[in-house]
Design a protein around this ligand. Structure first.
Ligand code: ATP
Length: 347
């Protein structure tokens, strides 16, 4: 089901948690809401679910206004960070819960419920554990039960709020891969909240980046990483060096170097800030254009060489260089060039 969120506002007293959010969630996509703590991710999810009322704006399900529709009628499945499994129910009973509470014509015959539970146990790879109680499962297994329970009712929309937030790094990585497979198998439109950029970039078809109740950027993982739309996105998704400069006509003056203003960027003349990813900085010969910097530290990290340097005025630079690079010693002078950068107005 495609969902449209139009000009949503949500205030808690004098605090604006959602500030004019407009968003199109496409049928069948896996969309991540990524942002720092307090940016409004959970609030947006709760408004979409119908658990929270907006102060302004609309939520459309398949084009129809769902703003006034109660939670039960939205056909939404949820999974939250802290597993809300029923402790006194076995795994199979937890999964069947949403089907068993149905009444009247909506109620499925027992054999059909049992078949659905078996199908879901297989989907979430928990066959053989159906008679256990939640306390007899690991954290990752409990979250898989929670997902199976959310999927049991065949929701048109699945909402996941930091579903792996409470689990350790390795389990999180495994579950991420697994969630992607489950999504491919079911095709359910899914929105998941995370503050972990790696999780969002690896898992999602598209990522909405939230900051202070607003969407800073909506795009594919590649778009938000390669073409950040704002200084905030540059800093939040991946790392970036920041260099102060001045725009003069079609040129940028940055720490004594002249650089061309990238095509398609429109800025007024005046102070700007350059954002350069560590992997977009490279060492060049002294006769080439570049910044003169002093090497401060060369920590090794995985397959790359990290190099920390600073410009004459103390501005720090971080470079990520191919592993084969001849590492210059600490204290030496290097010449640094940016192969790619973003530039934004300051002041
Ligand atoms: P986190 O990653 O920490 O869960 P989040 O991006 O999901 O953060 P929200 O939970 O949506 O953020 O909260 C957004 C802001 O609204 C926060 O500053 C929070 O304190 C505030 N807020 C949320 N719910 C309420 C409430 N019921 N009453 C008052 N303030 C609230």
């Amino acid at each position: 089901m495609g969902i449209t969120v139009e000009h949503l506002y949500k205030r808690f007293g004098a605090f604006t948690a959602l500030d004019d959010i407009t968003l199109e969630i496409r049928q069948g996509e896996l969309l991540a809401l990524l942002g720092p703590s307090g940016s409004g991710k959970t609030t947006l999810l709760r408004v979409i679910a119908g658990l929270e009322h907006a102060d302004g704006g609309r939520v459309l399900f398949e084009g129809g206004d769902a703003t006034a529709l109660p939670v039960q009628q939205r056909g939404v499945g949820f999974v939250f960070q802290h597993y809300a499994l029923f402790k006194h129910m076995r795994v199979d009973q937890n999964i069947a819960f949403g089907l068993k509470v149905r009444r009247g014509k909506a109620r499925w015959p027992r054999a059909r419920i049992d078949a659905r539970v078996r199908e879901l146990l297989s989907l979430v790879q928990l066959e053989g554990l159906e008679k256990r109680y939640p306390a007899q499962l690991s954290g990752g297994q409990r979250q898989r039960v929670a997902l199976a329970r959310a999927l049991a009712i065949e929701p048109k929309l699945l909402l996941l709020d930091e579903p792996f937030g409470a689990l350790d790094a390795q389990v999180r990585r495994d579950l991420r891969r697994w969630l992607r497979q489950v999504h491919q198998a079911t095709g359910v439109t899914t929105v998941f909240v995370t503050h972990d950029q790696e999780e969002a970039l690896e898992l999602a078809d598209r990522v909405a980046i939230l900051n202070k109740g607003r969407i800073e950027q909506l795009g594919t993982p590649a778009q938000v990483y390669d073409q950040p739309a704002s200084p905030f996105v540059y800093g939040f998704v991946g790392q970036a060096n920041r260099l102060a400069g001045t725009k003069v006509g079609t040129q940028l003056q940055v720490h004594g170097q002249w650089l061309p203003l990238p095509a398609g960027v429109s800025l007024s003349d005046g102070p700007v800030e350059l954002f350069v990813r560590p992997q977009d900085l490279r060492l060049v010969e002294a006769d080439q254009p570049g910044w003169m910097a002093t090497v401060v530290d060369v920590p090794r990290s995985g397959p790359h060489v990290r190099l920390h340097a600073q410009l004459a005025d103390g501005t720090p630079l971080e470079l990520e260089l191919p592993a084969a690079t001849q590492v210059p010693p600490v204290g030496s002078q290097v010449h640094v060039q940016a192969s790619r950068f973003g530039v934004f107005q300051t002041g």
